[in-house]
Design a protein around this ligand. Structure first.
Ligand SMILES: NC(=O)c1ccc[n+]([C@@H]2O[C@H](COP(=O)([O-])OP(=O)(O)OC[C@H]3O[C@@H](n4cnc5c(N)ncnc54)[C@H](OP(=O)(O)O)[C@@H]3O)[C@@H](O)[C@H]2O)c1
Length: 324
């Protein structure tokens, strides 16, 4: 897979990165340790060198601990991104705390779980309403100065927050949601990142599986399945999204490809996008999505995708930003 520059860091990352939330087993169902390790192995086989995790991926850091086992003998060839500033309380509710002391402590704990002395990219997971963002940025700057973190990122932010952060700490990457159905960042963050040479590492490229094209129209979500709460997966919106997926399937099939490959190929060719964070919990999933990086969409295919999106119309964008 042809690697791309990560901001101005000098690091190079694959355009498909493995999103390591599903292997934490917190909201995705049927995850096993053996399958998770096999998924990590498959991602390296596919030429992916970029892993995305976080302090809060798993009640006890399961995602970071699995990564430690998978990268043990190849640490220098893997770019690990983790995040701090969100944790779980005893009732499994998210706690936002991005004070300097907490970020320092969480980073140290992430390094211990990963069994490494540094990570290549450390994000503020989300701005903390109770901590000035400049304080969080200064804490990450200090982690860079200490050699624990090679570069800094910011997730779930506005441009104003990105500017405030960057005034204190050099910013390599921003991590927002982005996919065929969620395109708000085209109006603000994409132009800003292009202007400042900040990489966009986007989450939910597959819209949690919807845009992988394998969930049947009559799929009944298990009540434990975290997706059921999003409007994208409900009622009329669900039917319209399934119509879109059917149209994408026709375009993909004509090229001998799958919907997941089309979705990924489209995402990583968008201006300003450095990598798409593709979540997976089984090897076949990441093998398929990695295939999207080997498909150069032709103009006629892009026109057909645009036409399918126009027929689908504006989706309901009433989702809470995920922060997982
Ligand atoms: N910064 C933040 O606040 C934030 C928020 C959200 C996510 N993220 C990051 O972004 C990554 C991606 O988000 P995500 O994992 O939630 O969602 P995603 O990548 O949009 O979707 C992943 C899910 O899609 C399904 N899938 C994947 N490949 C497939 C394939 N080839 N065929 C069929 N189904 C497939 C699987 O679910 P099923 O098998 O269950 O259908 C998988 O768990 C995360 O892992 C995380 O690293 C960051």
């Amino acid at each position: 897979m042809r690697l791309r520059p990560l901001g101005k860091t000098g690091l190079r990352v694959s355009p498909v990165a493995l999103g390591c939330w599903p292997i934490s087993g917190m909201t995705s169902l049927g995850v096993s340790e053996a399958q998770s390790l096999a998924t990590l192995e498959a991602c390296f086989d596919e030429g992916i060198n970029f892993l995305d995790t976080a302090y809060c991926y798993g009640a006890e850091g399961e995602s970071e601990r699995l990564i430690r086992r998978a990268v043990a003998d190849r640490r220098d060839s893997v770019v690990i991104a983790t995040k701090g500033g969100i944790a779980w309380d005893a009732d499994r509710k998210q706690v936002f705390d991005a004070s300097a002391a907490t970020l320092r402590r969480q980073c140290d704990e992430s390094l211990r779980r990963l069994d490494t002395d540094r990570v290549e990219l450390y994000y503020l997971h989300a701005p903390d309403p109770n901590t000035p963002i400049e304080e969080s940025a200064a804490a990450i700057r200090a982690l860079i100065d200490d050699g624990k973190v090679r570069s800094a990122g910011l997730s779930n932010c506005t441009i104003a927050q990105a500017e405030a952060f960057a005034s204190v700490c050099p910013l390599a990457a921003i991590q927002p949601p982005y996919n065929l159905l969620q395109r708000d960042i085209e109006n603000d963050l994409i132009p800003w990142c292009l202007q400042h040479n900040v990489s966009l590492i986007v989450y939910w490229p597959l819209m949690k599986g919807l845009l992988a094209g394998k969930l049947p129209r009559d799929h009944v979500f298990d009540p434990q399945d975290g997706r059921a709460k999003y409007p994208m997966f409900q009622g009329d919106e669900w039917q319209k999204n399934q119509d879109l997926v059917d149209a994408l399937r026709e375009i993909a099939s004509a090229a001998g490809r799958t919907v997941a490959e089309l979705t990924v190929a489209w995402t990583i060719r968008q201006p300003g996008i450095t990598s798409a964070l593709c979540g997976a919990k089984r090897p076949d999933q990441i093998r398929e999505t990695a295939g999207g990086a080997r498909w150069e969409l032709r103009e006629a295919e892009i026109d057909a995708i645009d036409a399918a999106l126009a027929r689908r119309g504006q989706p309901v964008t009433r989702w809470a930003v995920a922060r997982n």
